[in-house]
Write a protein that binds this ligand. Structure first.
Ligand SMILES: Cc1ncc(COP(=O)(O)O)c(C=O)c1O
Length: 398
């Protein structure tokens, strides 16, 4: 059999966990806190149906939807990004600064193709997002983990690793982080942007949860503090519109955009125009803001129910994050419980989660007694039942 490319060897372990999780999510009897999906009740099915039947016609945008398009993306979707998503964050952009891509993961792939050679070092948070690590490994980058605490990346540790490894890039999810649910403080955002400039390395800021805020004050992104074009801001429409639409965007300086345009063209010409049009029309018709409010209400209730359950059902010494938004919380069980081993028992009891170990980069210290719980796509009733099951499993393991 023809040998697979060398880079595939790095990917096996993570890919298997992801497959296992998706399988447990499809068993209707299992209550899964595993995946990172938003609430199915929050998907704008009726509105998208109405838009599609109105605009995907021969005399409206049907031809445009089915023809080739601009690699940079649809102008009215880019305009919506500029005015409705970037401007409220204090980020000022023109069409030349925005590239529409096929979801958040594609942004990471494009940016890494642009900057990373095999063996280049990328610093990541510990813990961090599994799929991002897969994307970095696919390009044979070397991921080095940096310490985090309740305010995000510990910058003294980041600076020490910059000196030790001369990284090309730092990957960071500053708001309602995946997997921890934590948010990086304002001071650290500013300081991280400065580190990028001072050491001439790129900060890859991935911010797909920032709009999903249920409590507390919104913070400006790291990009807001970038004076030298060393921060790349990437975001996704998956949690605020639809993950199935596969849409995201990258905001950077024009000279970087010109290069990304070349990478995008070579990768897949341009992003799906059918979904770009549906999404652009969603914004153009003023549907986005009320939809986002509803999305936040649905998820806020789920977060509150989960927090109640964590407090009332799990052992008193359990530590967990109270997230101000997003879809995740991070639970640290007392003692030496190995949450990877415990998952087999949990799945037998029809409840699933992601073991903490999966979010730590291979070869770096990991925390085996942790787990990520995702509450986005579990109804409040099911959260209660699922947490009772999980509490039972944890009790028996302690
Ligand atoms: C931190 C982070 N970045 C990117 C993504 C990818 O989003 P998309 O569905 O747009 O590919 C996710 C999705 O879970 C995520 O958690």
């Amino acid at each position: 059999m023809t040998r697979f490319a060398r880079r595939m060897a790095h990917m096996q372990a993570t890919a298997e966990v992801v497959r296992y999780l998706f399988e447990s999510m499809t068993d209707p009897q299992t209550i899964s806190f595993g995946g990172g999906a938003p609430a199915r009740e929050a998907l704008p099915v009726e509105q998208v149906h109405e838009i599609a039947s109105e605009v995907l016609t021969r005399d409206r945008r049907g031809m445009q939807a089915l023809q080739y398009g601009n690699p940079a993306g649809l102008p009215d979707l880019r305009q919506a990004v500029i005015e409705r998503l970037l401007a409220p964050k204090g980020l000022h952009a023109s069409q030349e600064n925005v590239l529409i891509v096929g979801g958040g993961i594609e942004s990471l792939n494009l940016v890494c193709q642009l900057y990373l050679d095999p063996g280049d070092v990328i610093l990541v948070e510990s813990p961090t997002f599994v799929h991002a690590v897969q994307a970095f490994q696919l390009l044979e980058a070397r991921c080095i983990a940096c310490q985090t605490d309740e305010h995000g990346l510990v910058l003294e540790d980041v600076e020490a690793r910059i000196r030790q490894y001369s990284p090309k890039m730092i990957y960071v999810i500053p708001t309602f982080q995946n997997p921890s649910g934590r948010t990086m403080s304002l001071e650290r955002r500013r300081a991280l942007a400065e580190l990028g400039s001072r050491y001439d390395l790129m900060i890859l800021e991935d911010d797909p949860y920032c709009e999903l805020r249920y409590s507390g004050e919104a913070l400006p992104p790291i990009k807001f503090f970038d004076q030298t074009g060393h921060t790349l801001y990437v975001n996704s429409f998956s949690k605020i519109f639809s993950p199935g639409a596969r849409l995201g965007y990258i905001f950077t300086e024009e000279n970087i955009q010109r290069k990304l345009y070349e990478v995008k063209t070579a990768t897949n010409s341009h992003t799906n125009l059918v979904t770009q049009i549906l999404c652009a029309e969603f914004f153009n018709r003023g549907l986005f803001e009320p939809h986002l409010q509803r999305v936040c209400e649905i998820h806020r209730e789920r977060r509150d129910v989960l927090m109640d359950c964590l407090q009332s059902m799990l052992p008193a010494q359990t530590r967990y994050v109270h997230p101000d938004g997003g879809l995740f919380t991070w639970v640290e069980l007392p003692g030496q419980v190995d949450t990877t081993a415990m998952l087999v028992e949990a799945v037998a009891q029809k409840v699933a989660y992601v073991p903490g170990r999966e979010f730590f980069v291979e070869g770096q210290p990991s925390r085996n007694n942790c787990m990520r719980l995702s509450y986005g796509n579990v109804t409040p009733e099911k959260i209660r039942v699922g947490m009772q099951r999980l509490a039972g499993v944890i009790d028996s393991w302690l």
